[in-house]
Ligand binder design. Structure first.
Ligand code: KG4
Ligand code: ZN
Length: 330
């Protein structure tokens, strides 16, 4: 059995998976302290992880009905993510592995989001195109095997799709995290009310959301405070539709380029109903993880770890994190 730990951003997560790769428990403690700042504050995230990590791991073991003596290896997110946040999870994992003489596996967070596809569909056929759209990343991968060596076909040139949701939500006066709030507001709005751009100047399989955010900003200035408030649901619905359109357009381009017709999506933005609908409308088979496996969780990290080797005890003890923006140390 694998005990998996994930602390790359603001969710403190632990999960237990059995040798059949089934999820026995998946505990996520989301930090709410960031809402008043309108975004994740790295230092606050790290402190909260430190306070929560022991309880989250104990709860994961307890709800799986196992003790540490039944765990055969420990998996942990090594990066990318916030340095202080990652350090808490990696230190906890190193400590448990060293104290219990267990092997440690280091998981790339993005590999985790891709591996969530197997939690949704254990028999998912390769190759598949996987869109990972979260608060920190937006990329499209060609996945030819279960390991961490997928091919990145394109990625965002500026903001991530989740960031676009969060920033758009903020412009409409909604609290962080903005994605779910904007989706709720959009339900009563007209998605055709405003015509927002979909990264028309960006060729190939890369994404861009900065221009979209700016056009929402200009639109709110043009409308003024009162009308922005009155038409907030139309603005939200149109903005959300533009994000969904860009994501599905890139998938269609990737299908055309690769000939690959099996799709999968992951990351927090995959929890969005309009995004799911837009991708379903492409008309190809698409694997969509349950909501709890779309947003950050440790079950996906445990699932990814099945295709990784154990680190040697020396490698485990000297394991370093790799924060966002840095490449994986080899
Ligand atoms: O994957 P995730 O939990 O964390 C990262 O690795 O970043 O993704 C969080 C992001 C946030 O930007 C959040 O606003 C967005 O996913 N998100 C959503 C929805 N639920 C979460 N965006 C749109 N609609 C949602 N329902
Ligand atoms: Zn994530």
């Amino acid at each position: 059995m694998i005990l998996a730990i994930e602390t790359s951003c603001d969710d403190t997560c632990a999960a237990v998976l059995d040798d059949q790769r089934r999820v026995l428990s998946n505990i996520v403690s989301s930090q709410t302290a960031h809402a008043e700042f309108g975004g994740v504050v790295p230092e606050i995230a790290a402190r909260h992880h430190l306070e929560l990590i022991d309880a989250v791991i104990s709860t994961a073991l307890k709800s799986a009905g196992v003790g540490l003596d039944q765990i055969s290896s420990v998996a942990v997110t090594q990066g990318p993510g916030l340095s202080g946040a990652l350090l808490v999870g990696v230190s906890a994992a190193k400590g448990i592995a060293a104290a219990r003489g267990l092997p440690l596996r280091a998981v790339n967070h993005l590999h985790g989001h891709v591996a969530a596809s197997y939690l949704a569909n254990p028999d998912l056929p390769h190759p598949f195109l996987c869109l990972v759209a979260s608060g920190g990343h937006t990329l499209i991968a060609l996945v030819e095997s279960e390991g961490p060596n997928w091919t990145q076909l394109g990625a965002t040139l500026d903001d991530a799709a989740g960031e676009a949701f969060d920033k758009g939500a903020r412009l409409l006066g909604l609290d962080y995290p903005g994605g779910p709030a904007l989706e709720r507001l959009a339900r009563s709005g007209d998605s055709a009310a405003f015509d927002f751009p979909t990264a028309r100047g960006v060729d190939g399989l890369d994404f861009s959301f900065a221009g979209l955010k700016t056009s929402l900003l200009y639109k709110t200035r043009e409308l003024g405070e009162k009308e922005t408030l009155e038409r907030a649901s139309d603005l939200a619905a149109s903005y959300q539709a533009a994000i969904a359109r860009q994501l599905s357009e890139r998938i269609v381009r990737a299908v055309d380029e690769t000939g690959c017709t099996q799709l999968a999506i992951g990351g927090g933005v995959a929890a969005n109903g309009t995004v799911r609908e837009a991708i379903a409308e492409i008309g190809l088979p698409v694997s969509i993880p349950a909501m709890e496996y779309c947003t950050d969780n440790a079950a996906m990290i445990g699932r990814a770890a099945f295709s990784l080797n154990d680190l040697s005890p020396e490698q485990a003890l000297s394991l370093e994190i790799f924060p966002t923006g840095r490449t994986v140390p080899q």
